[in-house]
Design a protein around this ligand. Structure first.
Ligand code: PLP
Length: 402
């Protein structure tokens, strides 16, 4: 029978109450959210008080097709009716289909996929794979973000995130991002793997010079080192390409994915290409939920919509519109990024205040630092919603002009 507390929970009326419940029931690692979301359609969400927001954060680059996309709802409903979960002691059609699809997206016949549930786990898998080369040294980049588990945190180039949890993995070297001379010094024959994001998302959507990844590919090939591209945030069409590195015309050894991959459901993948694709042998690694049928069905539905509606190509034109229009605001110093992963760099250190004001006018975004606002809306965002965002951004920007 429902207790009084249970009744209260189900009838929660406002954001304040939700915040109180959060603070009493959940640990404080995220802080207490100021709003509680109860419903979403496409790029719109509603909070418990019925307020509507333009979701320009998309679950932090995760809701690639927005909320409640009918194709995803139908795929996961159907799959739940057929087969909700199996262990990896058995195969099932969705995991086979998705592995084939991801292989074809890499364009590499030798590609093989390991499925897990998150970005951190995908990078953990890459780390373990790299150990099987016989080398131990990892080269990562300053400012990078690769996840919060111990291995992934060890290769995350942010002192503030690492410090409370030391000691971390040994043999990790950090080189400045987008600095080829430093890369030449950091990478050598003792290096097992270089891991790098095509765009540093959490660091404020930092885009390297064209040619950086290609040069890293050449350096790693020269020294027999694995090149792992962490495409967790840039992947699944967000930048206008499947993974976010294709403009460099290179083939990495390892690609890690999560966020947009599951179309909103928890799913990660570590794709190994070439010789390293056979390093894992039975017992090397595993995950109970990795490749879960429902998550795979959702991913397949998402990819199918991205393809049939040509959303990757559309991304590029939305990028141009957003860059052009947002740059017109005097407070904006630049808009960087690719496709629908953009960092709006402000001249003043008011990003957090700006984001709070955006929320007050019904727009969700986030500040990656005091001066950078990140937007990563669903790829199904409508032209009208793009215009509404530009207009609301302009109104908030004007409040800083007086
Ligand atoms: N790698 C990158 C590039 C990310 O942006 C993130 C999350 O923001 C991760 C890894 C970690 O992903 P998860 O939170 O799913 O573990």
């Amino acid at each position: 029978m429902a207790t009084l507390e249970h009744w209260y929970w189900l009838n929660m009326k406002n954001n304040l109450e939700a915040g109180e419940l959060w603070a009493s029931g959940l640990q404080n690692n995220y802080g207490t959210p100021s709003i509680s979301l109860v419903k979403g359609i496409g790029a719109s969400v509603w909070d418990v008080e019925g307020n509507e927001y333009l979701d320009f954060l998309g679950g932090i680059a995760t809701n690639i097709l927005g909320h409640a996309h009918p194709k995803i709802v139908s795929a996961i409903t159907q799959q739940a009716k057929e087969l909700g979960h199996v262990s990896n002691l058995y195969s099932h059609p969705r995991v086979l289909e998705l592995a084939e699809k991801l292989k074809s997206m890499t364009g590499q016949e030798s590609a093989k996929v390991f499925f897990c549930n998150s970005g951190a786990e995908a990078n953990e898998a890459a780390l373990k794979l790299s150990r099987l080369t016989g080398r131990k040294r990892i080269v990562s980049t300053v400012g990078s973000f690769h996840g919060r588990t111990f291995g992934a945190l060890s290769i995350t180039g942010q002192v503030s995130k690492q410090k409370p949890f030391k000691p971390l993995l040994k043999n990790v070297v950090f080189m400045p991002y987008d600095d080829l001379n430093k890369a030449k010094r950091a990478i050598n024959k003792r290096t097992a793997m270089v891991i790098v994001e095509p765009i540093q998302g959490e660091n404020g959507v930092v885009v390297p010079e064209l040619g950086y990844l290609k040069a890293l590919r050449e350096l790693t090939t020269k020294h027999g080192v694995l090149l792992a591209l962490d495409c967790v945030q840039t992947g699944m069409g967000r930048t206008g390409e499947w993974f976010g590195y294709e403009n460099e015309g290179i083939v990495p050894d390892v690609i890690t994915l999560a966020k947009g991959l599951g179309g909103g459901l928890p799913l990660g993948a570590m794709i190994a290409i070439g010789e390293c694709a056979s390093l894992f042998t039975p017992g090397s690694h595993g995950s109970t939920f990795g490749g879960n049928p429902i998550a795979c069905a959702s991913a397949l539905a998402a990819i199918s919509v991205l393809e049939s509606e040509e959303l990757l190509a559309r991304n590029k034109s939305l990028e141009l519109t957003l860059k052009l229009e947002l740059s017109k605001n005097p407070i904006v110093s630049s808009v960087r990024g690719s496709g629908l992963l953009l960092g709006i760099v402000l001249k003043n250190e008011v990003a957090k205040d700006f984001v709070a004001k955006l929320q007050n006018v019904g727009v969700l975004a986030n500040a990656t630092s005091d001066s950078v606002i990140r937007i990563a809306p669903p790829l199904v965002v409508t032209d009208e919603q793009i215009n509404e965002f530009i207009e609301k951004f302009r109104k908030v920007a004007q409040t800083y002009e007086r």
